[in-house]
Design a protein around this ligand. Structure first.
Ligand code: ATP
Ligand code: RIB
Length: 312
């Protein structure tokens, strides 16, 4: 882990507009929904909220608009212990996401428009050098421009900060990012898009992990939904099972909950297996609630689920 303190996260904030229905509408069709919610979202922002609620010191680097959606972001950061390093733009709106949630299975499909955060550049990253270099752990994803992710990963690595790269969504990125990733954290479909085969079994996950290591990654963590997380590094290759404590109703943001919890545990000095279990417990609670950032659990809830798992 880096010598600094806490976590720095670069990513986007958007307002999530979530529609519950039995299925997606076809083109030209209007479908009656069964529920709606508006709340804070965006992968990086969700990860920051998850880590903050889990007890970490977190700075979130992004851009928002000077509008009601942007105000919602600042409110949840204040409630979740996240320090916003966020530029408020007067000429761009905050982004928004359309989220379809299947009201029977909890599965989702998303369209995201990053808005102000879509303009994050390498020079915006440079402006946050002190925050990134002063962290113990740095986290980013691919919802903001990939050049910004690359610039920040380079900066973090050069300063000895532990890096967590979540290549989500499955957008193109510079292959240099593999070698800059202490932890490379794709989900099954993001991993499959890179390695060119489906991740169905643990053996597939191990093979994908080996592929990532050959590209320069130090440890691969492939999230496998209800099957948990596959860890692959030169020292360890095994799957940590998912855990939960109630019926699963909405898996949107599960990956973000895992990454926020994982980063919080890393920043406390936990080893990889312990940090993955902590991330799985964080996500295992988030999937039992509706929404993305608002579903993130607090530290006491995560500890209680971990104790329950240890006693089982
Ligand atoms: P999303 O894109 O919806 O945010 P994702 O596809 O990035 O999620 P997943 O691999 O689906 O990420 O889930 C991340 C983690 O969340 C899993 O590794 C697991 O720990 C937890 N999780 C997901 N689904 C379930 C479930 N049904 N029950 C318990 N835990 C779950
Ligand atoms: O990972 C879930 C997030 O992806 C949602 O909050 C949505 O905003 C999209 O960015």
């Amino acid at each position: 882990m880096g010598q600094g303190k806490g976590i720095a996260i670069l990513g986007i904030y958007v307002a999530d507009t979530a529609y519950l229905a039995g299925r997606m509408p076809r083109i030209g069709e209007t479908l009656q929904g069964t529920g709606f919610s508006l709340g804070p979202g965006g992968k990086g922002s969700n990860q920051a909220v998850a880590a903050g609620r889990a007890g970490a010191e977190v700075c979130f680097i992004s851009k928002i608009g000077d509008d009601p959606f942007g105000k919602m972001a600042l409110e949840i950061y204040a409630q979740s212990g996240v320090t916003p390093k966020v530029e408020v733009m007067s000429d761009m709106p905050s982004g928004a996401a359309f989220i379809f949630v299947n009201d029977e299975t909890g599965e989702n499909a998303i369209i995201v428009y990053p808005g102000a955060a879509g303009t994050i550049s390498a020079s915006d990253v440079e402006a946050q050098r002190e925050v990134i270099e002063g962290a113990a752990v740095f986290v980013t994803q691919l919802e903001q421009p990939a050049e910004a992710a690359l610039a920040a990963l380079r900066m973090a690595r050069a300063a000895g900060v532990t890096t967590v790269f979540n290549p989500a969504p499955a957008n193109p990125f510079d292959p240099e990012c593999f070698g800059l990733s202490d932890y490379f954290v794709p989900n099954e479909s993001e991993a499959a898009a890179i390695v060119g085969f489906d991740i169905v079994s643990d053996e597939d996950a191990r093979r994908a992990g080996e592929d990532f290591l050959s590209r320069g990654v130090r440890t691969a963590l492939i999230t496998l939904g209800e099957r948990g997380v596959y860890i692959h590094s030169p020292e360890i290759s095994r799957r940590i099972p998912a855990v939960t404590n109630a019926p699963v109703i909405d898996t949107a943001g599960a990956g973000d909950a895992f990454i926020g919890g994982f980063a919080a545990a890393l920043a406390e000095g936990c080893g990889v297996e312990e940090a993955v279990r902590f991330g799985c417990a964080t996500a295992g609670i988030a999937v039992t609630r509706r929404g993305t950032a608002p579903a993130m659990p607090d530290r006491a809830e995560i500890d209680a689920l971990l104790r329950q798992g240890a006693a089982a």
